[in-house]
Design a protein around this ligand. Sequence first.
Ligand SMILES: [Zn+2]
Length: 335
Amino acid sequence: MTDTATTTTNEIDHTTTFLKDKHINYITNLDVKKDTFEYWVTEHIRMNGMYWGLTSLNLLGALEKMDKEEIIQWILSCQKPNGGFSGNTLHDDHLLSTLSAIQILVQLDSLDRIDINPVIEYIVKLQQEDGSFFGDQWGEIDTRFSYVAILTLSLLGALDRINVNKAVEFIDRCKNFDGGFGSIPGAESHAGQIFTCVSALALVNRLDLVDIDKLGWWLCERQLPNGGLNGRPEKSSDVCYSWWVISSLCTIDRLNWINTEKLKNYILKCQDNETGGVADKPGDIPDVFHTYFGISGFSLMGQFTDQVETIDPVYALPIKTIKKLGLKAPWNKLI
Ligand SMILES: [Zn+2]
């Protein structure tokens, strides 16, 4: 294809322009594409997908494009007798989809549509003797679940129902010599796990356990010459790390340790100029997961502030929602 042809098909230069309207169209059309491969392989995590899509639209000021009542009815149909929520109607409950359900309901101002007590009970029962959390009845343990449990209970105003000290002890045991955190004690540091551990500690006011400068150094070393971020040493860049790494840097107040201008340009290149949406890498096919992380990345870096609302790095919700709920966020100067 010649340069002239490129200009004709894609009039907007996506490497310099934020494609807000195209992203809104991309997300609102996702649910229509029920015959696609992506729809079926992600069927079991539809609740997470709904959170990524709905939160993106909320950040873009386009929440009214969603059918609020239809979403609430579907969420209610995913609640199980034990209080947990599943990824989709016919699937089993899981802590991850339970958090997504609550994050969606608070954004829709509809927490009063459910009885929160069974949800709280569900989470309380997943805490183990050593302070860790199971993700569901099958017993997988991961610091992701510690964050998810602590965050969900924070949103429900029920943090006092678990043993917070034990939960903190477990997270602290997952801290490594490099300042990072792993999924279980002894597991290597990974940006995703660092995000969950740092955020969980922030929510219970224990950021004193984080070696901020050492961790900040590990995190800023994730930026590659192309501007993108990786999640571990020796790995390639991927837009999803813009959320995990930047949110952690924001929470420990070290965002200025990376080159945000170069990262902004990297994420812009990952936009799909034709369909809208953001991919993991430049030229790849977009998906709702990376679209959310790309838009949130811009939000955390304070880019395109006239088009993207501000998200909180710990609650992973727009700060207007946090303010409405009256929650505390001492790590966030904007709240
Ligand atoms: Zn990714």
